[in-house]
Design a protein around this ligand. Structure first.
Ligand code: IPM
Ligand code: MN
Length: 351
C-alpha cells in the first residue's frame, strides 16, 4: 500500500518521539512491502515561532491531502503563565480538530501484564482492564460561544450539541461495541444538563438498531468514581467533549504510564493519531521521553487502514521491549533506563 502521512511533530518531546514512530513504521513498511511518504508540517509553538500561528494554512493543506496525520505534542511553558498571550499553541490543536472534522476521539485504556504493579491502583482492581473512550471532539463547551460581559466581570462558555453530532459519535460507539464485548456506556449529566438529556434521548433512540448491544446510562460523577474502582466493568464509553477530556486523563492512570497510551481522532475523511501525553517540556532534547505511546499510535494508524498484522507487529514489539526491560526511565523502576532513540532502535530492529 502507498501511504502519504502528514507528520506534525510539534513541540517539546514531540519531535523525539515522532522520530521513533517514523523509524518503527518504516521498518513495518519494509517488512510488509508498503511505501510511506512522510510530509512534515509545522504546528504548535514551533509554528507560532516560525510563521505566527499554531495551525497555519500550509499545514492544513498538507493534512487535508494526506491519508492520515501522525501527531507528536504541542504546548510550551512560555505560554502557561501568560494568560494574555494573543495566540497559544493549544488554539492550533482546536482549530485543526475543527478544520479536519475530527469528531471522534478514540482513547483506549489497557494494561500491560508486565506493568500491572506500576499502576497506583491495586493489581486486582485493574487486571484485565481493556476499555475505550469515544470522546466527542468538535462540539460542546469547547466550541460554543464564549466571552465576557459586565465590563469583564462575567464570563460565559456555552455548551451546545445538535442531535446529528450526537448521532455520528454514538454510531461509532455502537459499531465499536459490536466488535468488542457489545457493552456501551453513555456518560452524561442528564440529571442537570439539557445537552446531556439530548445525548441520552438520541442514544436511546438508536438502541433498536443495535439490539445486541447492552447500553447503560451513567452520570459522569459516578463514572469518575467507578472508573478507578472497577475499571474492568467498562468496555466502550461514549461521552461529550469536556467530560471525555477529564475522564480520559483519569483513565490513563490505570495503565501505569501516560507514556504508553495512544489515541486516534477520526474524521469523515482524514484521521489523526497521537500519544495522549503532552509536550513534557522538562524532558525536551534529553533523550529520556518514552516513545511507546507514539509507536502505538502509529499502530492504530496502520490498523485504521485495515493493516491489522502490521499494527499487531508494532504492538508485539512494544510488549517484547517491556518484558525485556528495554524501557525509558519512567518505567525503569531503578533499573537500567534506555534513551528514547535506543528504545526506538530496539523496536525497529524487533519488527
Ligand atoms: C487533550 C488536551 C487538549 C484538550 C488541550 C491541550 C486543548 O488536554 O487533547 O486532551 O483539552 O482537548
Ligand atoms: Mn486533555
Amino acid at each position: 500500500m502507498k501511504l502519504n502521512i502528514a507528520l506534525l511533530a510539534g513541540d517539546g518531546i514531540g519531535p523525539e518521539v515522532i522520530d521513533q514512530a517514523v523509524k518503527v513504521s518504516d521498518a513495518i513498511a519494509q517488512k510488509f512491502g508498503h511505501e510511506i511518504t512522510w510530509k512534515p508540517a509545522l504546528t504548535g509553538a514551533a509554528a507560532i515561532d516560525a510563521v505566527g500561528e499554531p495551525y497555519p494554512d500550509s499545514t492544513h493543506e498538507v493534512c487535508k491531502n494526506a491519508d492520515a496525520v501522525l501527531f507528536g505534542a504541542i504546548g510550551h511553558p512560555k505560554y502557561d503563565n501568560d494568560p494574555s498571550a494573543p495566540v497559544r499553541p493549544e488554539q492550533g490543536l482546536l482549530k485543526m480538530r475543527k478544520a479536519l472534522g475530527l469528531f471522534a476521539n478514540v482513547r483506549p485504556t489497557f494494561t500491560f501484564p508486565s506493568l500491572l504493579d506500576k499502576s497506583p491502583l491495586k493489581r486486582e482492581r485493574i487486571e484485565g482492564t481493556d476499555l475505550v473512550f469515544l470522546r466527542e471532539l468538535t462540539g460542546g463547551i469547547y466550541f460554543g460561544e464564549k466571552g465576557r460581559k459586565d465590563n469583564g466581570d462575567t464570563a460565559y462558555d456555552n455548551c451546545v450539541y445538535t442531535r446529528a453530532e450526537v448521532q455520528r459519535l454514538a454510531k461509532k460507539g455502537f459499531e465499536l461495541a459490536m466488535t468488542r464485548s457489545k457493552k456501551l456506556c453513555c456518560v452524561d449529566k442528564a440529571n442537570v444538563l439539557e445537552t446531556s438529556r439530548l445525548w441520552r434521548e438520541t442514544v436511546q433512540a438508536m438502541e433498536k438498531d443495535y439490539p445486541e448491544v447492552e447500553v447503560s446510562y451513567e452520570f459522569v460523577d459516578a463514572v469518575a468514581m467507578r472508573l478507578v474502582q472497577w475499571p474492568n466493568s467498562y468496555d466502550v464509553l461514549i461521552t461529550e467533549n469536556l467530560f471525555g477530556d477529564i475522564l480520559t486523563d483519569e483513565a490513563s492512570v490505570i495503565s501505569g504510564s501516560m507514556g504508553l497510551m495512544p489515541s486516534a481522532s477520526m474524521g469523515a475523511e482524514v484521521s489523526l493519531f497521537e500519544p495522549i501525553h503532552g509536550s513534557y517540556p522538562q524532558a525536551t532534547g534529553l533523550n529520556i521521553a518514552n516513545p511507546m505511546a507514539t509507536v502505538l499510535s502509529a499502530a492504530m494508524m496502520f490498523e485504521n487502514f485495515g493493516l491489522m498484522e502490521e499494527g499487531k507487529a508494532m504492538r508485539d514489539a512494544v510488549n517484547k521491549a517491556l518484558e525485556a526491560g528495554v524501557v525509558t526511565e519512567d518505567l525503569a523502576n531503578g533499573g537500567k533506563a534506555y534513551g528514547t532513540k535506543e528504545v526506538g532502535d530496539w523496536l525497529a530492529a524487533n519488527i
